[in-house]
Design a protein around this ligand. Structure first.
Ligand code: IMP
Length: 422
C-alpha cells in the first residue's frame, strides 16, 4: 500500500473506523493527525465490538505501529482509560504505540469552557461533544497551551498548570461556573503523565524515517470534510482541519510523500450536532433509528439523517483530492422502494452545484433530487460486488460518478467480512 490519507467525505461518522481497519492490513503504521476524543471509531471483529476515541484503530492488528500525531489534542485521563479498556479486551499496547511530544493536552478547564460557551449560545449552540476540543485548539492558537512534552516533566507541568488554572478559574468564575482545583488536577494529570511517558517521542522524525525506509503509512482522519474548521459549515464545525491537508500538518509528513487520498462516505447522509444539513429527512431518520442505527459512538446522541448529498461529496472530492471511495452502510437502504439523491441545490432562483460558504444560504437551500429504484432485499450477507442486486450496483456507481472519484470498496455492515473490493 502507498502512503494513504483517509478522510470522511461528509459530516463525520461515515464508517471510517471499519475502513481504516480493513486498509490497515496493508499498512505498517497508522497515525491520527487531528481532533481528539470527540471522535469515536467503532470496529467489529469476530463479534467483539471495539470503540476507539484517540488510539488509532491499527492497534487492533498485531505488528502495526500506531501514532498519535502532533495535530491531535489529547485528554491524558481519557487516553489512559481507553488503553486500560483495550488491554482488558486483550489488545497489546506496548512498543507498538507512540505519542507526539508536541500534541496539546486537553485540561478540565477546556471541557468546562466548552460547556459554558454552548449554554451561552442558547439557540445558536454548535452541539459540541463537550470534550473541550474547541478551547484546547483555541489555547494552541493563542500560544498558551500545554503539550505532552510539558506533561511528562512534572515540575515544569506544575508551574505551567498553576498559571493556566489561575487565569481560567477567573474566567470560569466570571461566567458563574465552578472553578477547578489546581491540586486535584495536578495529581490526576501527573499520574496520567507517568503512565504515558514511555510512549511520548518525536513522532515527526519517527514517521519521516519510516517513509524513507519505504514503510507505508495510513493517515487516519477523524470527523468529516464539512466539520473542517476552514472548509466546513463554519461555525458549526470542529476546531481542526479534518480534510486531507490536515494529515500533513498534523503529522509532519510532507505533501509530496502522500500517494493517495481515500474518501469514505455513507450511502446516505448523517450529521450530529447543529448546523445545516440540506437533505435532512424525518422519514429516513425514523427508518434508520428504528433499525437501531445512527446513534453517536461518543455521545450516544441520535444522528440527524438525510438522503445522499452529491453536491456535498463532490465538494469533498475537490478539497481533499479524493482518488478512491469507500461507500458504507449500504444495507441501511435495503428496505426502501425509492431512493433520492441530491444533485444540486436551489436558493433564491439560483442553482448551486457547489456548497455555498454562507451557512444561512446553505440552511435555506432546497435540494434538487434524482430518484433511484430501491433493491428491496437484504445485502448484509453479500460478499462479492457482482452478487449485489443490480439496482444497488447502479445506485452505488451513480453516487460515485456524481462525487467524481473511483469506487473501490463497498461495505454492507460493520464486520470486516462485510467488505467488497471492486
Ligand atoms: P467538537 O468537535 O466537540 O467541538 O464538536 C463540534 C461539532 O463537531 C459538533 O457538531 C459535533 O457533533 C461534531 N463532531 C465532533 N466529533 C465528531 C465525530 O467524531 N463524528 C461526528 N461529528 C463530530
Amino acid at each position: 500500500m502507498a502512503n494513504t490519507i483517509l478522510v470522511g467525505a461528509q459530516w463525520g461518522d461515515e464508517g471510517k473506523g471499519k475502513i481504516i481497519d480493513v486498509l490497515t492490513e496493508e499498512a505498517d503504521i497508522v497515525v491520527r493527525t487531528q481532533g481528539g476524543n470527540n471522535a469515536g471509531h467503532t470496529v467489529l471483529i469476530g463479534g467483539q465490538k471495539y470503540v476507539l476515541h484517540l488510539i488509532p484503530s491499527g492497534i487492533l492488528r498485531p505488528g502495526k505501529k500506531c501514532v498519535i500525531g502532533n495535530g491531535v489534542v489529547l485528554d491524558p485521563i481519557g487516553l489512559v482509560e481507553e488503553m486500560d479498556g483495550l488491554k482488558k479486551l486483550g489488545v497489546k499496547i506496548a512498543d507498538n504505540f507512540f505519542i507526539s511530544e508536541t500534541a496539546h493536552v486537553v485540561l478540565p478547564y477546556h471541557r468546562l469552557l466548552d460547556a459554558q460557551r454552548e449554554v451561552r449560545k442558547g439557540r445558536n449552540k454548535i452541539g459540541t461533544t463537550k470534550r473541550g476540543i474547541g478551547p484546547c485548539y483555541g489555547d494552541k492558537a493563542a500560544r498558551v497551551g500545554l503539550r505532552m512534552i510539558d506533561l511528562i516533566k512534572p515540575d515544569r507541568f506544575a508551574d505551567l498548570l498553576a498559571a493556566r488554572v489561575r487565569e481560567n478559574n477567573a474566567v470560569l468564575k466570571a461566567l458563574g461556573a465552578k472553578p477547578i482545583s489546581f491540586r486535584k488536577t495536578l495529581a490526576e494529570y501527573q499520574a496520567a503523565g507517568r503512565r504515558l511517558r514511555p510512549f511520548v517521542t518525536n513522532t515527526v522524525v519517527l514517521l519521516n524515517e519510516a517513509t524513507n525506509q519505504g514503510r507505508h503509512i495510513l493517515f487516519e482522519g477523524a470527523q468529516g470534510t464539512f466539520l473542517d474548521i476552514d472548509h466546513g459549515t463554519y461555525p458549526y464545525v470542529t476546531s481542526s482541519n479534518t480534510t486531507a491537508g490536515g494529515a500533513c500538518t498534523g503529522s509532519g509528513v510532507p505533501p509530496h510523500r502522500i500517494d493517495r487520498v481515500f474518501g469514505v462516505m455513507k450511502a446516505y447522509t448523517t450529521r450530529v450536532g447543529e448546523g445545516p444539513l440540506p437533505t435532512e429527512n424525518a422519514e429516513i431518520a425514523d427508518l434508520l433509528h428504528g433499525m437501531g442505527r445512527e446513534f453517536g459512538a461518543t455521545t450516544g446522541r441520535p444522528r440527524r439523517c438525510g438522503w445522499f448529498d452529491a453536491v456535498a461529496t463532490r465538494h469533498a472530492a475537490m478539497v481533499n483530492g479524493i482518488d478512491d471511495l469507500a461507500i458504507t452502510n449500504i444495507d441501511g437502504l435495503d428496505t426502501l422502494e425509492n431512493i433520492r439523491v441530491c444533485i444540486a441545490y436551489r436558493h433564491g432562483g439560483r442553482r448551486y452545484d457547489h456548497v455555498p460558504n454562507d451557512v444561512e444560504v446553505l440552511s435555506e437551500c432546497e435540494p434538487v433530487y434524482a430518484d433511484f429504484p430501491g433493491w428491496r432485499t437484504s445485502t448484509s450477507g453479500v460478499r462479492e460486488w457482482k452478487k449485489l442486486p443490480a439496482r444497488a450496483r447502479s445506485y452505488l456507481k451513480a453516487i460515485s460518478e456524481l462525487t467524481g472519484a473511483r469506487l473501490t470498496i463497498a461495505s454492507v455492515g460493520p464486520g470486516r467480512e462485510q467488505t467488497m473490493f471492486l
